[in-house]
Design a protein around this ligand. Sequence first.
Ligand code: SF4
Length: 442
Amino acid sequence: MVEKKIKTLYDVVCPFCGTLCDDLEVDIDVKENKVIEMRNSCQIGTKKFFSSNPGSHRYLKPRIKDNGSYKEVSWDEALDKAADILIKAKRPLLYGFSSTECDAQSRGVELAEILGAILDNTASVCHGPSLLAIQDVGAPLSTLGEYKNRADLVIFWGSNPVHAHPRHLGRYSEFVRGYFRTDGRNDRFIIVVDPRNTHTAQIADLYIKVNPNEDYELLNAIRATLRGTEIDEKEVSGVSKEQIQELVKILKEAKFGVIFFGMGLTQTLAHHRNIDTAICLVRELNDYTKFLLCPMRGHYNVAGANQVFTWNTGYAYSIDFSRGYARYNPGEFSSVDLLMKDEVDASLIVASDPASNFPAASVKNMFKHPLISIEPHETPTSAFADVILPAAFAGIECEGTAYRMDKVPIRLRKVKDAPGECLSDKEILERLIEKVKQKLGD
Ligand code: SF4
């Protein structure tokens, strides 16, 4: 019998952004263990699958830094060094976890508890304010399927899915045909609120240009107008009173509206107060029509990291185990704040690249102290690590579960084997836990 050289897998889930598209087709060269063709995925999703191929800066064996240069070592030696670093540290930080699957995240929580470490995920620099606001006032949320089938008014506030979530528009929010929106794009009115005339704004029916950092004022002006209050000023946040009145009319007349909000709302001045007010607006709109909102989560399993951390500790991010039990205080126990104050004396970064997006001063402090990186390929963070533990790509080289941006859990698939000696994040963390326990005499 002739062995098949190319294997095609259908309904593969894309482990890149929070949309978690689950209709990808992937051709694998079985002999070479390589992705050779992708269908249905967007450009960034495709790039991720191809970047898993050997070559593409993949780490194939564990490495440790020795006199300024790297040497490849056995797993035992690398884990031994990593465990020593973490045990010796007074204030170790375990950070990242948003680009891996839920079982690995759970092991991260276990390790942080054993070490008495700080445990944080990337929500602390993206949708952490959304979580704070939801804890304050609750949130009227639903699933992407509901929005696809019912929404006739879609608002993108401070988010630019054309670039950040390219297939969101085609699968759930703009062009797609839904059960009650059979004419697709023609059945929906699209509004973009953003300081920049983004590519998403350019294909919207209405673009509202809000002044940078003044979303809070605009949201409250909309709420006031909705209640029948006449605004004294001619404009609020760069938006005229007439435009606000027109917007309120559109909102009230919708049959089913949804606000998809991004980091343009969570990470501008007022932070969680922006989300708090957006949630209150949505709640008040439900006096007139059906209205919901949905955070546009970036990393494919950052929503899962929040779920897993919460069901293990009670808290979604920025957790401190130094007293032997979990304490939560974003702003005090967030990675950036601790690194800025140089309070962290060793870091373990899992499936994340803080050096690319943290403030320079905090990155500088992170690099001053021992650094361990669990990462499939070279990144600006791993390039400075003292120990590199090579990981398989979750959702490409190992299975697992991830939570979509609307908190729907989806099972990730394995499409090919990991190259070299790479292990899954879960297995690496399990082995590291064993090593740490041995050294602590547990
Ligand atoms: S939209 Fe996101 S999940 Fe879908 S294919 Fe693109 S990167 Fe992957």
